[in-house]
Design a binder for this molecule. Structure first.
Ligand SMILES: [Zn+2]
Length: 97
C-alpha cells in the first residue's frame, strides 16, 4: 500500500524532514473481523479512534520518531541547531575535565 510522504519538523533531528504516514490496513482488519465473527471490531476501534484523534501518525524517515504537525522556518531551525550544538560542546567540555 502506498504511504503518504510529506515534510514535517522533527525535534530529534532538529530539522524539517520527510515524514511518512503509516496507513491503517483496513482490509486486514475487515478480514480479521469476519474471521472472528466481529470480535476483532473492538480491537480495530481501539486502533482507529486514537489514530484519527491524536494525529501522531507521521514518523520521521531518518530517526523513526513521531514528528510535529508543522515545519519550522530555516531561521528557527538554525537557532535550535546552535542551541543543540552548544549543549553538546558543554557536555564534551565537562567530560574532558
Ligand atoms: Zn528525525
Amino acid at each position: 500500500m502506498a504511504q503518504a510522504v510529506t515534510h514535517k519538523y522533527c525535534s530529534s533531528c532538529v530539522d524539517n524532514v520527510k515524514a511518512q504516514k503509516n496507513p491503517i490496513r483496513h482490509g486486514v482488519h475487515l478480514v480479521l473481523s469476519v474471521l472472528t465473527v466481529g470480535c476483532w471490531l473492538a480491537v480495530y476501534l481501539l486502533i482507529v479512534i486514537p489514530w484519527h484523534m491524536f494525529g501522531k501518525h507521521y514518523k520521521c524517515t531518518i530517526c523513526g520518531k513521531n514528528v510535529s504537525s508543522f515545519t519550522k522556518s530555516p531561521e528557527k531551525i538554525a537557532v535550535l541547531k546552535a542551541k543543540r550544538n552548544n549543549r553538546i560542546e558543554q557536555k564534551i567540555a565537562k567530560m574532558s575535565k
